[in-house]
Design a protein around this ligand. Structure first.
Ligand SMILES: CC(C)(COP(=O)(O)OP(=O)(O)OC[C@H]1O[C@@H](n2cnc3c(N)ncnc32)[C@H](O)[C@@H]1OP(=O)(O)O)[C@@H](O)C(=O)NCCC(=O)NCCS
Length: 184
């Protein structure tokens, strides 16, 4: 079984790393996500809305060693999806990279874009050569995202109760890992 199926969702979608010149479009899509799906992220719209270009640019500027990269999905030059990979520098944990900020514009969902973004980020992690596993956390109630992560090979290893507090309600966080040294 392939780890992730066809990484190209359709002929009109391009997946590529974002760069500093993408900072404003990245922030626009991020703010849209924080407003539209507040229970999907630990950051909040109120905390992020006033960030300046100087705040955002370092977030989207890829690290030369690949340890930080935001992958974007573009439809006819419009950013419609993204996901971030972050790899720590510390020697004892640098074999574990974290995924964060997975988001696809509502108008473009269920077209394989989320799956393609994960395919790109998994390929990127493999290409670094010494990343053994990818981790992520997802709201335990987010069944759609969980199905997507499980479809590409992530396994849930636990649920942290009450990890997220949004609008007076607590949500559990499901913790996932994908072992890159184990082909599924
Ligand atoms: C979760 C999210 C990224 C999925 O993006 P997407 O582009 O729609 O995902 P895909 O089209 O690649 O879906 C691939 C598979 O994942 C599963 N899946 C995705 N969304 C699903 C949903 N809402 N319900 C059930 N299954 C879903 C399905 O198995 C799907 O395959 P299928 O369409 O052939 O049935 C998107 O819904 C989103 O941005 N949601 C809001 C933010 C969010 O939840 N981010 C995750 C934070 S951890």
């Amino acid at each position: 079984m392939k780890l992730h199926p066809d990484p190209i969702p359709d002929m009109h979608t391009d997946i590529r790393p974002l760069f500093s010149h993408d900072a404003m479009t990245y922030q626009a899509l991020r703010l849209r996500g924080l407003q539209e799906s507040p229970t999907a992220f630990s950051a909040s719209f109120a905390e992020e809305r006033d960030r300046t270009l100087a705040d955002i640019t370092p977030r989207v500027t890829p690290a030369a060693d690949g340890s930080k990269c935001v992958f974007g999905a573009f439809r006819t030059d419009t950013l419609v999806g993204m996901v971030t990979i972050l790899r720590p520098q510390a020697a004892k944990v640098r074999h574990c990279a974290q995924l964060a900020g997975m988001y696809v514009d509502p108008g473009f969902r269920r077209r394989g874009i989320g799956r393609a973004l994960l395919g790109a980020v998994i390929d990127h992690a493999r290409a670094m050569g010494d990343v053994r596993q990818l981790r992520l956390g997802v709201n335990a109630d987010n069944t759609g995202a969980r199905q997507l992560y499980e479809a590409v090979g992530f396994s849930c290893f636990g649920i942290e109760p009450d990890a997220l507090h949004v609008d007076g309600r607590f949500y559990g966080e499901a913790h996932y890992v994908l072992r890159l040294d184990r082909r599924t």
